[in-house]
Design a protein around this ligand. Sequence first.
Ligand code: ATP
Ligand code: MG
Length: 317
Amino acid sequence: SERSTGFETSSLDLPGWRHVYSGKVRDLYEPDLSHLGGAHPLGDVVLVVASDRVSAYDHVLDPGIPDKGTVLTQLSLWWFEQLGDLVDNHVVSTEPSAMPGDGLVPDAVVGRAMVCRRLEMFPVECVVRGYLTGSGLAEYRESGSVCGVPLPDGLVDGSRLPEPIFTPATKAEVGEHDENVSFEVVVGQIGLDAATRLRELTLAVYARAEAVARERGVILADTKLEFGTDPVTGAIVLGDEVLTPDSSRFWAVEGWEPGRAQPSFDKQPIRDWLVSPASGWDRAGESAPPALTDEVVAATRLRYLEAYRLLTGTDLA
Ligand code: ATP
Ligand code: MG
């Protein structure tokens, strides 16, 4: 069943796979079982393809950022490995097809696609914050707390929190904003056991990733994880992308200065340009943002590649 998304996606003709869903950035395909003798050799799987699409302020922008899909996928794979002893993940194979329609990764998307266990995703964005900014900061200024977690007085944009906090959000439909919710709301949605486990896992992943990033001079300010249940074993499994510039805020340790917005390794050049007079775009208005300039595209591409290089210590060839 094809879910409509309200924006242009270029679903590809991938031998052995059928397009089922496109989010703002990723395209999901399921096996075309008629090509595979009725069953995929690796079980109940989906192909998760990261595109070069980029979104900001809830708009998918034009053009995409070259190599972004590869950065998201390769960085996620690297992190899945770093986290392997903490939590099971959905990756089954990144093996390129040996022949078209064999159920492995088609040539056209090698490097930016993963064959993954099909999970039943929890309808919860598992956000964890070690630092205060963005929607967390906005909520704190209103209420002194974030997602029902009370915080001390006097925190400012970029402050390090006394300890990392779990600040879940409900997954919005395409075009809607995710909404920050309290832990109790998550319990109401998925039950106490699952909610408690997701909070535990999310905080454990953050603690590990924050330490890894810090060794490399990078602050992991916050991140969003998505978990699902393996329908066969019932296990809770880490899915989607992990610890990429799209799902996380990465700041340079050097240059961190609470009290102002921190420069980050992500699509910040796009946001800065869109809200500057140079773009001519009115964020509050009705019209879609203008096409990105070559300079903005190039600067954004370098940010993504730099994030990969800093965190993993290697260049993306
Ligand atoms: P948004 O544009 O707000 O990110 P989205 O999260 O739906 O919307 P993408 O992140 O582009 O869009 O698409 C990835 C989709 O695939 C998500 O809906 C995610 O929950 C789902 N997903 C990720 N891993 C799996 C998996 N192993 N099995 C099933 N669905 C998955
Ligand atoms: Mg997503």
